[in-house]
Design a binder for this molecule. Structure first.
Ligand SMILES: [Zn+2]
Length: 385
């Protein structure tokens, strides 16, 4: 999930595609104790930073860092909501008043997105310190903006990835296992979305990104469950780094068209419904992958998509991931709710249109209805191939 832009330019008889990529952070410091090791780099990047956070669950980590950096109380700012315009405007004002010279974000994906966006808007160095492996937001040059109640509004492509990403294994190990499972789903989505949107790309860099996404998916299918069962082990380390780092690298290499498709479009649609707000990003994306595979099967006639969906329906329960809209709390999904999700997911700017085939709101509604309840066995019988 990194920013990229592409333009076609005529050059003599042929045409070349110009592309700009934000591939990765300027520096990544990772491993156990990375935060402590990164203090000199933090101090060299910013002498008067603001420290952005939110969750009370990681307050001790935040306060410990504030102490190490000798930050005053006004330099420690908290989001009141998800990454939303209201909070961003308020914090921009504080950054201006304090004449801060850097933004350090410590927390989950939405806190990291807010920190990156604030740094971008204020022209300041951006430092991200993820406290879980739930997303690759610490890596990317992209920020999602939500309403104060958690409904997705829009995303912003940033000029560059963070100046410094600190991926401290000891910090990540304190996060609930649910965040790692969510990160696994979000990272696996790279393959399902990139192979669909960019599988036939002639661009060498994009092709490499898609191949990398396949390797990432395979690794997470193999090691995901083991990682959740043995936090802190070698498999766990590989898995959290894949979710927090490799997934971001793939987004940076592949650029905009390699990034997301229907799984994230469905996620964005689901955030419009209040019962979905307390579910993690990757948990909604997990169901979004199932919906995308159903679209590929029914709308594009890709029989293998049914097999892929079946495989995920077997794996998700082992990872504690939702397998249906009912699992996301939409037990009494009504027509009006479906319409809200579909109209948002089908709007003109939606990543749904990165799919290589057209999808109507009615077709999406059918696919969502199909994924309302998990019923793996009959689906396999319907599609033996
Ligand atoms: Zn995502």
């Amino acid at each position: 999930m990194a920013s990229s832009s592409t333009t076609s330019t005529s050059l003599g008889a042929g045409a070349i595609n110009l592309a700009s990529h934000a591939i990765g952070p300027r520096q990544v410091i990772r491993g156990p104790g990375a935060l402590q090791a990164a203090l000199p780099q933090l101090r060299s990047l910013t002498q008067r930073p603001v420290l952005v956070g939110r969750s009370s669950a990681v307050a001790s980590h935040r306060q410990g860092l504030a102490q190490q950096l000798q930050l005053s109380a006004p330099q420690q700012v908290l989001l009141h909501h998800d990454c939303c315009d209201e909070d961003l405007l308020r914090l921009e004002g504080i950054i201006g008043q304090l004449q801060a010279d850097g933004v350090i974000a410590i927390g989950g994906g939405k806190v990291l997105d807010a920190g990156k966006l604030l740094a971008h808007r204020c022209g300041l160095p951006s430092i991200t310190i993820p406290t879980s492996a739930a997303t690759c937001a610490g890596w990317t040059a992209l920020a999602n903006v939500y309403t104060t109640t958690g409904a997705f509004r829009y995303d912003v492509a940033l000029d560059h990835c963070p100046d410094l990403l600190v991926f401290d294994h000891q910090l990540i190990a304190t996060a609930p296992a649910r965040t790692t499972a969510s990160g696994i789903a979000d990272a696996m989505a790279k393959w399902y979305e990139a192979s669909s949107s960019s599988g036939h790309s002639q661009d060498g860099l994009v092709r490499q990104a898609v191949e990398q996404a396949r390797l990432l998916r395979d690794q997470l299918l193999l090691e995901g469950e083991e990682a959740l069962n043995h936090p802190g082990g070698a498999g766990w380390t590989r898995v959290v780094e894949s979710c927090g780092l490799t997934a971001g690298l793939i987004g940076g290499l592949g650029g905009a068209r390699c990034r997301t498709a229907a799984a994230h479009a469905v996620h964005n649609g689901l955030t419009q419904l209040a019962p979905c707000h307390h579910w993690l990003h990757g948990e909604k994306v997990a169901v979004g992958i199932l919906v995308q595979l159903r679209l590929q099967e029914v709308v594009a006639g890709q029989a293998l998509a049914a097999v892929a969906r079946q495989q995920l329906l077997t794996i998700y329960p082992k990872l504690g991931l939702p397998t249906s809209l009912a699992d996301l709390g939409l037990r009494e999904l009504d027509h009006e709710q479906l319409k809200v999700v579909c109209s948002f997911a089908c709007q003109e700017s939606s990543d749904l249109h990165n799919l290589p085939f057209a999808v109507t709101p009615e077709q999406l509604e059918d696919a969502l209805g199909f994924c309302a309840q998990a019923s793996p066995a009959p689906q396999l019988l319907e599609h033996p191939g």
